[in-house]
Design a protein around this ligand. Structure first.
Ligand SMILES: C[S@@+](CC[C@H](N)C(=O)[O-])C[C@H]1O[C@@H](n2cnc3c(N)ncnc32)[C@H](O)[C@@H]1O
Length: 404
């Protein structure tokens, strides 16, 4: 690496105050860089950003989610709602209870399938709450791409709900057809790899990643597939010049696969994002790509490959369109704040001594989950359904489907 580049990198890391990874983590990152460079060479000098993001996150043994780094929690890179407060999972359980009891009346066993279950905290809390409500699912399936997280999920469930461990089954692939019940995906779609496109006065194209001998660099190129070109053609007409953003084709494919195996029931997708009009707002001219490294959020996906999370917000209109194309109904769309309140959030708190530190802690957690300037408005809940047409209680106070 030449001195000027070294200096720039150092400056960038100092400005963002990235803590230095330990030696093992640095070696892991270097091995991933070598793997991505091989891929770039094989592809003739550059790969779509989507491919870079997929390798960075899930390359076997080396990607952010495939390797053994801490990831989620205070000692990791970011915190998710189930880690903030068990009340989040209890509200999800309350929504599950409504659906499970209605499906049970039809007489066949209903299940829950959670995608990307992180540390397993939400799974354990949901099972405990459903046990309390006497409404346990037949099985609680987890589909997790990360072997390391799968191990943590087992430990969490063994520690928090050992008597319910037998109900949890880890799947290696999507279920075969005929799944009845509830599919849960909290902060999973934002982790799927996205394509990055740009529009200037002269052209519309896609961002690629190349290697200049010292580091990864951006390259502009033609849009890599017809399916992506079709989406971008539709979007770019309303966009100003000097604009860049993302398209998540993997989320569409995820929704299509959901429609294949879900025979009856609902899917709850919880994530940060917007309807399309807001997502591709003229003022959001740099897109929504975001990286998380030890609780520092920034926008450079080339920092410490494999050691930081890379995400993009979810375009919920695109998810709704993919659902309609696949034969699913959009059964509700709401902000996280209103969804949790409609599922009895305040009932879980009850009456307490307001000088009790535990009570104050709980109130602070509720604020984080529901206040508009925290997670309450940016995070949305979308319900997709198939062969299930009851009104879902989580959307009784507010349903924003008309905004999609
Ligand atoms: C941001 S974490 C959220 C974890 C958990 N749901 C929570 O709320 O704490 C993303 C989860 O999605 C999983 N994941 C990442 N990439 C994925 C992919 N391409 N397909 C399926 N799951 C993926 C990760 O292993 C991880 O469990």
């Amino acid at each position: 690496m030449n001195n000027s580049l070294k200096h720039q990198n150092l400056l960038k890391k100092q400005l963002l105050q990235f803590p230095e990874p330990d030696i093992d983590a640095q070696q892991n990152s270097q091995a991933l860089v070598a793997l991505i460079c091989d891929e770039i060479e094989r592809e003739g000098g550059k790969i779509p950003f989507e491919c870079f993001m997929a390798l960075s996150l899930t390359a076997p043994g080396l990607g952010y989610y495939s390797a053994g780094n801490q990831k989620i929690g205070v000692h990791g890179d970011f915190v998710t709602a189930p880690e903030i407060s068990p009340l989040f999972s209890r509200c999800i359980a309350s929504q599950c209870q409504q659906v499970l009891s209605q499906l049970d009346q039809a007489g066949e066993a209903a299940n829950i399938l959670e995608f990307g279950a992180g540390t397993g905290t939400m799974a354990a809390e949901i099972l405990l709450e459903l046990e309390r409500l006497q409404c346990l699912p037949h099985c609680y399936y987890i589909l997790e791409v990360s072997a390391d997280l799968q191990q943590r999920q087992r430990e969490t469930i063994r520690r928090s709900a050992p008597h319910l461990e037998a109900a949890v089954i880890w799947l290696k692939t999507l279920p075969q057809q005929d799944f009845r019940g509830i599919v849960l995906a909290n902060e999973v779609l934002d982790a799927l790899p996205v394509h990055r496109f740009y529009k200037t006065a002269k052209s519309v194209g896609e961002y690629y990643v190349a290697w200049n001998g010292q580091q990864f660099v951006w390259e502009l190129g033609e849009i890599c597939s017809d399916s992506l070109a079709n989406v971008i053609d539709r979007l770019e007409k309303d966009l100003p010049d000097n604009y860049q953003s993302e398209v998540n084709l993997a989320a569409n494919a995820w929704v299509a696969s959901l429609a294949d195996f879900l025979q009856q029931g609902i899917a709850l997708i919880i994530d940060y994002g917007f309807p399309q009009r807001e997502y591709y707002h003229v003022q959001r001219s740099q897109g929504t790509l975001m990286c998380h490294y030890r609780h520092r959020a920034h926008d450079d996906p080339f920092v410490y490959p494999g050691l930081q999370d890379i995400t993009a917000h979810v375009d919920f209109t695109a998810v709704a369109e993919a659902a309609a194309n696949a034969g699913l109904d959009v059964a509700g769309y709401n902000t996280q704040g209103f969804f949790l309140l409609a599922n009895g959030l305040e009932k879980f708190v009850g009456v307490a001594d307001i000088s009790d530190p535990e009570y104050l802690k709980t109130i602070q957690q509720i604020k984080t989950l529901t206040m508009p300037h925290e997670m309450g408005e940016l995070f949305k809940v979308m319900a997709l359904s198939k062969n299930y047409d009851c009104s879902l209680q989580g959307f009784q106070f507010q349903d924003l489907r008309a905004k999609l």
